[in-house]
Design a protein around this ligand. Structure first.
Ligand code: GRF
Length: 205
């Protein structure tokens, strides 16, 4: 197998998608390893999970910087001290600037709890239920400066059930997120999906 992709997983909170990636990386044939978990919140629960798994962690507290550029400069410093191939945003609650994204061309992906382009932004599940949507799901996509708008890598769907609450739907979608993110990273690492010039090329199913 070719060298494994070095992942940086960026989080802000509990880190269950990060944990799914860490678990997936335990398989010998998984084409990636988590080299770094980075949080913009020093109290993110996911940091402890990563440390317990023996993974290097760092926090760059956005509140400690007086501008987005300064915050992103600090993020960049940490990232560039590891040999990162792919940045996986996993519940990372800061919007990255075009400048920052431009430093990592075709190397930043995100997971979002809706079937994009439907329900960009927050409160996706409550909005889907309020609209009477019959289907919900999650999307792994390339990150571009416009929020939740980059090319789709893969999606997984779940039904919206009668009587669903946002929490019940979120739990059903989250289970699919935990499958989707490793699946997307595996496809990229195996070269079955290539991110090229801002687009997603699917080379084989
Ligand atoms: C997930 O639903 C993810 O799709 C969204 O934020 C949530 C993060 O959850 N971007 P976790 O921190 O991975 O548990």
């Amino acid at each position: 197998m070719a060298a494994k992709l070095n992942l940086a997983v960026l989080i802000s909170g509990r880190g269950s998608n990060m944990q799914a990636l860490i678990e997936a990386c335990k398989a010998d044939d998984f084409p990636a390893r988590v080299a770094l978990v980075l949080s913009n919140r020093p109290d993110a629960g996911g940091l402890q999970i990563a440390q317990d798994a023996g993974i290097q962690t760092a926090s760059v507290d956005h509140k400690a910087y007086d501008s987005k550029a300064a915050f992103e400069g600090a993020l960049q410093d940490v990232l560039s001290s590891h040999e990162i191939d792919l940045i996986c945003l996993a519940g990372f609650m800061r919007l990255l600037s075009a400048d920052f994204i431009g430093r990592w061309p075709d190397q930043i992906i995100n997971i979002h709890p809706s079937l994009l382009p439907a329900y960009k932004g927050l409160d996706t599940h409550a909005r889907a239920i309020a609209d009477g949507a019959v289907e919900a799901g999650c999307t792994v996509h390339v990150v571009i400066p416009e929020m939740d708008a980059g090319p789709v890598i893969l999606q997984k769907k779940v039904p919206v059930l009668a009587g669903d609450t946002p929490d019940a739907l979120a739990a059903r979608v989250l289970a699919q997120e935990h499958a989707a993110y490793p699946e997307a990273v595996r496809a990229i690492g195996d070269g079955r999906i290539r991110l090229v010039d801002g687009s997603v090329k699917i080379l084989e199913e």
